[in-house]
Design a binder for this molecule. Structure first.
Ligand SMILES: [Zn+2]
Length: 291
């Protein structure tokens, strides 16, 4: 195990970039072949801001003074955290580490929706009026400034091993792209995968314009926490294809403006929730409302 850890540690950057950009290429190609919804069509309008935000976030994440991996190494070197006090097998550490790390992501995501100042940051992600692989890292950079310290503190308190953290982060990079992909998997495959993983159809519900649906399916990688906490929602195939995505309060050109998105947490936008009814996918967009 020490050799595996040394290998992934020494090749962390190529592995991470390989997982992320490889997933973008493979799943981006699949979007052209097994498209879930043609509503993702206006790429020319959405992609500049989405990819600019992705590039900015890669820089910001690289510039943060600490990472999950560094936290795990510091905890191990100092004997901090529960698992650094216990003698547990790698299998136990792997399962417990993935469960805990995904639970932290779930909790942070719920907080991003429920705490108004955090929602101002997180709504940048939800203002995308369609969903595809370019949405994956469309986050306001300050969201990482808020979330990374929580992740770091949890890793240190739990003493999750560096190897497990690396494996989770690689898994997370692939799952983030996968869950945002505008692809339609065979129903049986979707159903089986949803027992354990956050799938494209599952995460698509989270991007719905109807707030009860936005307030569901918070998981980033594993679906277990949504099932455990009662936030798991599944929609019918036809509704998934027709449903409206994004936020009613921001459906105009602002949602495609990189600089407006950067400034948007400091602007007031009144939340407008689309009714969660049968016609949700067919209603014409309403005018944006700003205060
Ligand atoms: Zn969200």
């Amino acid at each position: 195990m020490a050799e595996l850890e040394r290998f992934v540690r020494d090749n962390m950057d190529p592995l991470m970039y390989g997982c992320f950009f490889g997933s973008l290429i493979v799943l981006g190609a699949l979007e052209l072949w097994i498209t879930r919804s043609e509503r993702a069509a206006p790429r020319r309008r959405r992609w500049p801001a989405n990819w600019a935000m992705t590039a900015l976030n890669i820089v910001v994440l690289g510039a943060l003074p600490i990472s999950g991996l560094a936290a795990a190494e510091i905890a191990r070197a100092n004997g901090w955290g529960l698992f650094n006090q216990l003698e547990v097998s790698f299998a136990v550490m792997l399962v417990a580490g993935f469960a805990l790390r995904s639970l932290v992501s779930y909790g942070i995501h719920v907080a991003m929706h429920k705490v108004p100042p955090l929602w101002r940051l997180h709504r940048v992600h939800h203002t995308d009026t369609a969903l595809d692989v370019s949405t994956t890292v469309r986050f306001h950079p300050l969201e990482f400034v808020v979330s990374v310290p929580v992740v770091v503190a949890t890793i240190m308190a739990a003493g999750i091993s560096p190897l497990v953290i690396i494996l989770y982060e690689l898994f997370d990079a692939v799952m983030a792209v996968f869950s945002h992909a505008n692809i339609r998997l065979p129903r049986g495959v979707e159903r089986v995968l949803q027992w354990g993983l956050v799938t494209p159809d599952m995460h698509r519900v989270h991007h719905s314009s109807a707030q009860p649906e936005t307030d569901s399916n918070y998981g980033a990688t594993l679906s277990v926490w949504d099932r455990a906490f009662g936030t798991y929602v599944r929609k019918a195939d036809i509704d998934l294809t027709r449903m409206e995505l994004g936020l009613e309060e921001c459906r105009d050109g602002r949602s495609a403006s990189f600089f407006w998105l950067l400034a948007s947490p400091f602007l007031r936008l009144r939340r407008v929730s689309q009714a969660n009814d049968e016609n949700a996918g067919t209603r014409e967009p309403v005018s944006p409302v700003a205060e």
